[in-house]
Write a protein that binds this ligand. Structure first.
Ligand code: PLP
Length: 383
């Protein structure tokens, strides 16, 4: 594949070597606990199938998605590892789950019965995980209901209770008191269950900051993409961000002092200025809240976004960058020269979290995959 800078106007580079290094480091850090690699939401925007395959190849024990359709997408893409569905499933998706060998979370008798009705006649033993709500107050059974429900599942033909799990509300905060209460509640309910059920509760934040929460398996998401969950979580590994977002300048033009830029004329040139058009807008995942706030790297320097971010394009001020020409590369997320703009920094400008920036990368942005230090393949809207 030729250099991406000759192929596209706007593209995301996904470094699968960095991903593999992150997974291997997390795996080593976890020791004997298994690693479930969370690849929901199109692998946090990175591309579900290539990321899932690379994570398994690097030693992840299984994968986590949010829904049946995300699991089916992986199977259609040829991914063969165990896939745990971490979200709610409707009973009418039971046949699809069994057909695609997905591992659902089960919290209702309706779903359990529907799964048993499909799996048992086929002579299958479908592994399922039971989600416990220990204080996030979102999805899952209250701890008091878990032992009886697990007993009910074990009485059904065709199902095997493989795992039991919960999820933290505040593991990424400095004060871990609430997280420890959740962990205690979870461990307490696990003690009432038969031996041999895989217990898991740790997200990335707990992987790094709460080794006592690793239990039998951990479920890092953001960490495998090379980012820490929050500014306060301990930087215990040398993670590398996996995704960069780049564009080629489509136009470079001079304006006089007093010229106003983009919709609403919210930025007025304070001096004669050199501006550059970037073919990236909010429909690509560049938050509109970066209007007159964000920055990009051009020629190794920071160029501010001026005026409103539009649907498909935005304008940056390159007056202070020497010799900028159309076709030069603008880095929206990633490194250029000695500087780096991280997804965290973009999220700060947008007053959100880096998770949302990554997941918000639109399908129309081509993803270019690098593996074994080579450009391997790309995925575009036309695939
Ligand atoms: C998304 C998710 C994770 C991963 O969280 P990170 O903060 O990205 O590590 C783990 N477990 C569950 C249930 C999730 O939904």
């Amino acid at each position: 594949m030729p250099d991406p800078a000759n192929c596209f106007c706007l593209w995301a580079e996904v470094d699968l070597d960095a991903l593999a290094r992150n997974v291997r480091q997390l795996k080593a850090f976890l020791g004997s606990a298994k690693l479930l690699s969370v690849v929901k939401a199109n692998a946090y925007g990175h591309g579900a199938v290539p990321v899932a395959a690379a994570a398994l190849a690097a030693g992840a024990d299984c994968l986590g998605v949010s829904s049946v359709v995300e699991g089916v997408q992986l199977r259609r893409g040829g991914v063969d590892g165990a896939i745990v569905i971490l979200g709610h499933t409707n009973p009418w998706d039971a046949a699809s789950i069994v057909e695609h060998r997905l591992t659902p979370s089960v919290t209702t008798k309706q779903l359990a019965l529907a799964l048993a009705c499909v799996a048992a006649p086929q002579g299958r033993d479908l592994p399922v995980h039971v989600k416990v709500d220990t204080g996030l107050n979102r999805y899952g059974l209250i701890p008091e209901d878990v032992p009886a429900f697990v007993g009910f599942l074990q009485g059904l033909p065709g199902l095997i209770v493989e795992g039991v799990y919960s999820h933290f509300a505040t593991a990424d905060e400095t004060d871990k008191a609430y997280a420890h209460r959740q962990l205690e509640a979870f461990v307490a309910v696990c003690r009432l269950l038969p031996d041999g059920i895989c217990r898991h509760i740790a997200n990335s934040a707990a992987v790094f900051d709460m080794p006592e929460a690793h239990l039998d398996m951990a479920r890092p998401g953001i960490g495998i993409y090379g980012l820490y969950p929050s500014t306060t979580v301990g930087r215990r590994l040398k993670l590398t961000p996996v995704l960069s977002l780049k564009a080629l300048l489509a136009r470079v033009f001079a304006v006089a002092a007093g010229a106003a830029v983009s919709y609403g004329r919210t930025w007025v040139a304070p001096r004669p200025s050199v501006l550059a058009l970037v073919p990236c807008g909010y429909a690509d995942g560049l938050p509109r809240s970066l209007s007159n706030r964000g920055e990009m790297l051009v020629g190794g320097r920071r160029a501010p976004i001026v005026g409103r971010v539009c649907m498909d394009q935005c304008v940056i001020d390159v007056t202070d960058v020497a010799g900028v020409a159309p076709g030069d590369e603008a880095v929206i997320i990633g490194r250029q020269g000695d500087d780096e703009i991280t997804a965290d920094e973009v999220a700060e400008w947008a007053e959100t979290i880096h998770y949302e920036i990554l997941c918000g990368l639109a399908a129309r942005v081509p993803r270019l995959y690098r593996q074994n230090s080579q450009w391997m393949h790309n995925s575009t809207l036309l695939d």
